[in-house]
Structures are given as structure tokens and as C-alpha cells.
Design a binder for this molecule. Structure first.
Ligand code: DOR
Ligand code: ZN
Length: 426
């Protein structure tokens, strides 16, 4: 089975490629990347005026299965991923059961084997039941295929336990993904602390609840030489702490999500719960710092933090509604609209943040279009515009903060493991 992609602008930072080229895909691999490839192929894609990049690796996705199939399933979530140009997702562990044992990881792997249409990598829990009390058997779960650990949704409060987790993770060479939040400081908060919380009459979440924990997580990791990755960075101080740590040569990486660079706290003033997530949308200064962090390389990756919730859980009072927004189908377009159009990122940077860097952080053989690499590819029209409409969303949940917004950039084809998987054949 051969696919020939003609005349696209191929952007592959791993190989320092950025020019109009053809790509020949043969079976599951990239067979050739060159000008004017003359080969017979079953399928020929005319990619003129389109950009061709390695398929995106979204390292923060809540697929909800097993346990909350009413919000999302592996089948619906991976379909949404493909529509967004995402060919690999890291499935976060706040499922029921959570991946904290051989049995629960096997259960998730079985569901993935039967239902996933893109690559799904499993993020195990740090502690049993994500309760912050007892560390899981990291070596055993690594053997089961778990590639990272996190208690995402919550932070491990005990310094002692977290230090021990870092020690064990360092020994097993497993990356620890930190949801950095001190709940002693954030408890009960639903929006950013300050003007917004006062104006809305709602309890606020201080930035300190995030950055104090970012600082702690980096310090503990440093003591053990563990590899630490900070999830969903939302504020200026966190960006500063991570930048300083990197300057000192510490092994730390981080991600942000599109809502933290595309939106600020003023979006929640209308009490629309599609702008409620954890950490919350912050101030304009924070948005600026997140953008600068992306531009200067402090922030390594963009991940959706795709967090589907049902209408029943979202269309209620702001305080009672769930935290989280979906993002798989809009992340590329949000980044083009906010970061490329304004010149904050170059196309090469975008390919790094969405594909190469997350693949490197997770140490998976993805994120490149090198010859012999697995053929996971996204092809998109960078200038086409579209309006995000609830009816067109593929995810089972519709809680997008971009509903009604006009965004730039349309995914035309997604190729996963050498097969055209988007547009869908049925
Ligand atoms: O907004 C969020 N939603 N933040 C998290 O950390 C968890 C996520 C979820 O699982 O819904
Ligand atoms: Zn989180």
C-alpha cells in the first residue's frame, strides 16, 4: 500500500526540513522524502498550498474510558483526535478504575486495542487510586507499557511521598507529569483570584497555588535526577520558575494548553462554564508570559488537556459545574490563529510544540518525518478559516471554549500508521 503526497510544504524540525517536497509512504513507514518523486501509488494526495507535518502528539488527553463513557470513549476521543491532526495521545489516568495496577492497565490496553483509531499511550497513576497515599509499582507498570506517570486532576500533597515517587521513577526512567496545585491554597476556588473572583462573587484560585507547587515539584525532582514535566502551565510565575530551572540546567519540561494563550480571565465574566477549567484562565499578563514562554522555548509543548464533560455537568451553576474543556479538534487552529498569525511562533516551532517535543519528552518513536519513521502525518490548509460549531464537534462532549469562534487552519488529511484515517471513510 503506497500513498504519494505531492508538493506540500514539508516541515520536519527533527531533520531540519522546511521546503516543498513529496513524501512517499509505503505500508506503515515513510519511504522517501524528496522533490518530484516518481513512483506508482494507490493514492496520490495533491498537497499544494498545504502544510505537511509529523502527526501531532497530544500528551494530555482525558479519554474518560473506562468509567465515564457518557463523557467520552476511546472510540469517540480518538476520532476527535484524528480530526484535529493528532495521531498519538497520552491518555491521562483519572479514569475509573485508574491505571494503578497490572489489571487496570491491561483493561485499558484492551479497550484501546479494540476501539482506538489513533495511537494511545497510557499514563499510569503515581499513587494507588490517585489518592496520594501509596506509590504504585512503577517497574511493573512500565513493563505493561505505561510510558509516564501522573495523578493528574490532583497533585501529590505529601513532599515525602512525592520525593519517593521521583526516586523510583528516576530508577525506572519514567517521566513524572505533575499537576501542580496546592489544594490548601486553591480549595473551593473556581476562577482566577483577584478582580475576576471579586467581580463575580466567586471563590478564587490563586496563582500561588500553582507556582508554589511547580517550584516544589522541580526541587524534589532535582534531588533525585528524575525527569519532571509540568502540565498545563497557566501563569507568569510558573513560566519564570521553569525558565530559571532550565537555565540552571535542570531536566524539566512543560506544556501549556491553547486556552491559556488564546483566552484570559475576562472570558468567564459571563458565567459561561465552557471557560471553567483547572487551573483557571488567568490575567492578560499571564497570557503574555505564556506566549513569551512558548516563543523562547521555556514551554516545550502544546497539549489540549482535552477534558470532556456532559451537558448535565456543564450547563449548571458556575460553582457546581465540572472543571475542563475539550480541545482535540481546535488545538491546531487555535495555535495558528493566536501564535502563527501574530508571529509569536514560526511553523517549525509549531511542529516542535505539537509533535517533536512531546514525542521526545515521552521517548516515543513519533514526531518526525524521517525516512524509515512510522508514517503518522498531518496535512492541513493553513489559511482556510472555519467557525467552531457545536453540531460539528466529534467529541461526545461539546464543552469547547471556542464555540462560535472563527479560527484559521483546516486539517485536510490525517495519516496514521501509513493509512489515511481522516477524512473518515465511513
Ligand atoms: O480542568 C481540568 N479538567 N483540569 C484537570 O486537571 C482535570 C481535568 C478533567 O479531568 O476534567
Ligand atoms: Zn491537570
Amino acid at each position: 500500500m503506497k500513498i504519494l503526497i505531492k508538493n506540500g510544504r514539508v516541515i520536519d524540525p527533527a531533520n531540519k526540513v522546511d521546503e516543498a517536497l513529496d513524501i512517499l509512504v509505503e505500508d506503515s513507514k515513510i519511504a522517501q522524502v524528496a522533490k518530484d518523486i516518481k513512483a506508482e501509488a494507490e493514492t496520490v494526495i495533491d498537497a499544494s498550498a498545504m502544510i505537511v507535518m509529523p502527526g501531532f502528539v497530544d500528551m494530555h488527553v482525558h479519554l474518560r474510558e473506562p468509567g465515564r463513557e457518557d463523557k467520552e470513549t476511546v472510540a469517540t476521543g480518538t476520532r476527535a483526535a484524528l480530526a484535529g491532526g493528532v495521531t498519538s495521545v497520552l491518555a491521562m489516568p483519572n479514569t475509573q478504575p485508574c491505571p494503578d495496577s497490572t489489571e487496570s492497565v491491561e483493561l485499558i490496553k484492551n479497550i484501546v486495542a479494540n476501539c482506538a483509531t489513533c495511537n494511545v499511550f497510557v499514563c499510569g497513576a503515581i499513587t494507588k487510586g490517585r489518592k496520594g497515599e501509596e506509590i504504585i509499582d512503577i517497574a511493573k507498570l512500565k513493563k505493561e507499557g505505561v510510558i509516564a506517570i501522573s495523578d493528574d486532576g490532583v497533585s501529590v500533597d505529601s513532599d515525602e511521598l512525592m520525593l519517593d515517587a521521583f526516586k523510583r521513577a528516576a530508577k525506572e526512567k519514567v517521566v513524572v507529569i505533575c499537576h501542580s496545585e496546592d489544594r490548601k491554597l486553591s480549595a473551593g476556588g473556581v476562577v482566577n483570584l483577584g478582580f475576576t473572583s471579586t467581580r463575580m462573587g466567586l471563590r478564587g484560585v490563586s496563582k500561588e497555588s500553582e507556582f508554589a507547587r511547580v517550584k516544589r515539584d522541580i526541587e524534589l525532582a532535582q534531588k533525585t535526577k528524575a525527569v519532571v514535566h509540568i502540565a498545563h502551565v497557566s501563569c507568569k510565575e510558573s513560566v519564570g520558575i521553569i525558565a530559571a530551572a532550565k537555565k540552571e540546567g535542570l531536566k524539566v519540561t512543560c506544556e501549556t494548553a491553547p486556552h491559556y494563550f488564546a483566552l484570559d480571565e475576562s472570558a468567564v465574566l459571563g458565567y459561561d462554564t465552557n471557560f471553567k477549567m483547572n487551573p483557571p484562565l488567568r490575567g492578560k499578563d499571564d497570557v503574555k508570559a505564556v506566549k513569551e514562554g512558548l516563543a523562547d522555548g521555556t514551554i516545550d509543548a502544546i497539549a489540549s488537556d482535552h477534558a470532556p464533560h456532559t451537558e448535565n455537568e456543564k450547563e449548571i451553576e458556575f460553582e457546581r459545574s465540572e472543571f475542563g474543556v475539550i480541545g482535540l479538534e481546535t488545538e491546531l487552529s487555535a495555535a495558528i490563529t493566536e501564535l502563527i498569525e501574530s508571529g509569536i511562533l514560526k511553523w517549525k516551532d509549531l511542529a516542535e510544540k505539537f509533535a517533536l517535543n512531546p514525542a521526545r519528552i515521552l521517548r516515543i518513536d513519533r514526531g518526525t518525518l524521517g525516512i524509515g519513521a512510522i508514517a503518522d502525518i498531518v496535512i492541513f490548509s493553513p489559511k482556510k478559516e472555519w467557525v467552531v460549531q457545536k453540531e460539528k464537534i466529534l467529541s461526545k462532549s461539546k464543552n469547547s471554549p471556542f464555540l462560535g469562534k472563527k479560527l484559521k487552519g483546516v486539517v485536510e488529511y490525517t495519516i496514521c500508521f501509513g493509512k489515511i484515517v481522516y477524512p473518515f471513510s465511513k
